[in-house]
Structures are given as C-alpha cells and as structure tokens.
Design a protein around this ligand. Structure first.
Ligand SMILES: C[S@@+](CC[C@H](N)C(=O)[O-])C[C@H]1O[C@@H](n2cnc3c(N)ncnc32)[C@H](O)[C@@H]1O
Ligand SMILES: Nc1nc2[nH]cc(C(=O)O)c2c(=O)[nH]1
Ligand code: SF4
Ligand SMILES: [Mg+2]
Length: 210
C-alpha cells in the first residue's frame, strides 16, 4: 500500500494509529473491577498538562493498523472492549465500532468529547477538559461524566459540566494522580456534601496493572 492509500484509509477510520492494546481490569468509573480489553488509539491535541499518556499524543509515532486486525485480536480476549487514547474521537470510530458490534462485543469509549461523537457505543465515559471543551452534541450521550480534580477550581468546573449531561448520567470525581494525597480529602468532603457525585479512583495504579 502507498502512503497515500494508508492516509485515505486512516481518514475513513478503516485504519487507526494503534498505540497499544491490553487485556486488563477497567480501573476507573462505573465499570471499575470489570475485565476488559483496551484499544489505545494514538493522536490527541487537547494538551492536558497532567495527562498520564503523553506518548499517545503524536499519531505519527503509532502504526496505522487495519481495524479487522484490531477487532479479530480483541475478540479473543474479552466481551467488553474499551476504546481510549489519545483522543479516540480524533478519528472516525464508525468502522471500528461496527466491526466490534458485528462480533457481538460491547463497545465502551473513554473520551474528552473534544470532537463529534462517531461510532456506535454501549457506554460513553465523558471526561471534559477546560483547555478544549466537549462539543455540545456529545453531552446527551454520556453515560458517565468523569471529572478530573487537580485543584479546588475543578469542583466548580465539574458542576458546570454536570449541568450539561442527562439526568441519568452518573457523576464521578477522580483525583489527578500526582495530586491524589492533596485532593482526596477535598473530594471526600465534596461528595458527602453533594451526594449526586461519586468518587472514582484509578484503581489499576493501586493494583499495579496496566
Ligand atoms: C488518557 S485519557 C484518554 C481518553 C480521552 N483522551 C480522555 O481524556 O477522556 C483516559 C482517562 O484518563 C484520565 N486521566 C488522564 N490523565 C490522568 C491523571 N493524571 N490522573 C487522573 N486521571 C487521568 C482522563 O481524564 C480520561 O478519563
Ligand atoms: N486498567 C485501566 N483502566 C483504565 N480506565 C481508563 C483508562 C484509560 O487510560 O483510558 C485505563 C487504563 O489505562 N487502564
Ligand atoms: S484529552 Fe485525554 S489523552 Fe488528551 S491530553 Fe487530555 S487526558 Fe491526555
Ligand atoms: Mg489510563
């Protein structure tokens, strides 16, 4: 295949810059504790200064991979597939999710919502970022809202974002990892005063798994 042919397939979402794939336990949010296969797609221009996967940002460092290959591999491991990144909505997620669903797999996405929602999803985890807000069309599709708390300003931002999701959306506050000792007591206090919110921790980091 020529470089141009590869770029055309990436453009259509039939190939994706694949950073890594791994079978693990979903560490965060509603499905924490559940075995799932993770597909980490490269490419993100949101630029969170505390991002724990900065190696994902430059899509050019990750090989364009055909979705059939990705899906055939994923199906061998789990019924639940989490697509993350990078920012997966950088790309057209229609071909990938269609192929996953054709195999009867559950499709979950981890997204900042910075780009329009493409693809067919059984579960949408929306994690908005101040530096590049979600596009309006994503909010009604969020099944869980996972707000990262780096400092006390993030509580007000979390409430603003919660006003935009559906009533059935589950609300989580998750401490930014490097700030966990400082922010966990504040999150605990906030959740007790505002019980519509729940605590989410990056439990995989405590378990020492990917
Ligand atoms: C690496 S991001 C990839 C998916 C997408 N770009 C997003 O931000 O939702 C996966 C999840 O990890 C969260 N996250 C990233 N860095 C983190 C950190 N240092 N501490 C806590 N959560 C973090 C993000 O907010 C997101 O919910
Ligand atoms: N175990 C585990 N759970 C996760 N939940 C969301 C993750 C992500 O990076 O998107 C993640 C991750 O990287 N590992
Ligand atoms: S949007 Fe997600 S992948 Fe992109 S910089 Fe922020 S946390 Fe990292
Ligand atoms: Mg992670």
């Amino acid at each position: 295949m020529t470089k141009e042919e590869v770029l055309a397939l990436v453009d259509k979402g039939e190939m994706l810059p694949l950073m890594e794939e791994f079978y693990t336990i979903q560490g965060e949010g509603f499905y924490k504790g559940t075995a799932a296969y993770f597909i980490r797609v490269g490419g993100c221009d949101v630029g969170c200064h505390w991002c724990d996967v900065k190696e994902s940002w430059n899509a050019d460092l990750h090989p364009p991979t055909g979705i059939d290959k990705i899906v055939d591999n994923a199906a061998q491991y789990s019924q639940t597939i989490v697509v993350t990144g990078g920012e997966p909505l950088t790309w057209n997620m229609e071909p990938l999710t269609k192929a996953l669903k054709a195999k009867g797999l559950k499709t979950h996405i981890e997204t900042s919502g910075a780009y329009p929602l493409t693809g067919s999803w059984d579960w949408v985890c929306l994690s908005p970022k101040k530096v590049k807000l979600p596009v309006e069309g994503v909010y009604p599709h969020a099944n869980e809202l996972k707000m990262i708390v780096y400092n006390h300003h993030d509580f007000a931002f979390a409430e603003e974002q919660a006003a935009k999701v559906s009533d059935s959306c589950i609300l989580y506050l998750q401490p930014e990892w490097s700030r966990r000792d400082k922010m966990i007591p504040e999150i605990v206090d906030f959740v007790m005063k505002n019980p519509r919110w729940k605590v989410s921790l990056q439990t995989h980091k405590y378990l020492n798994i990917p």
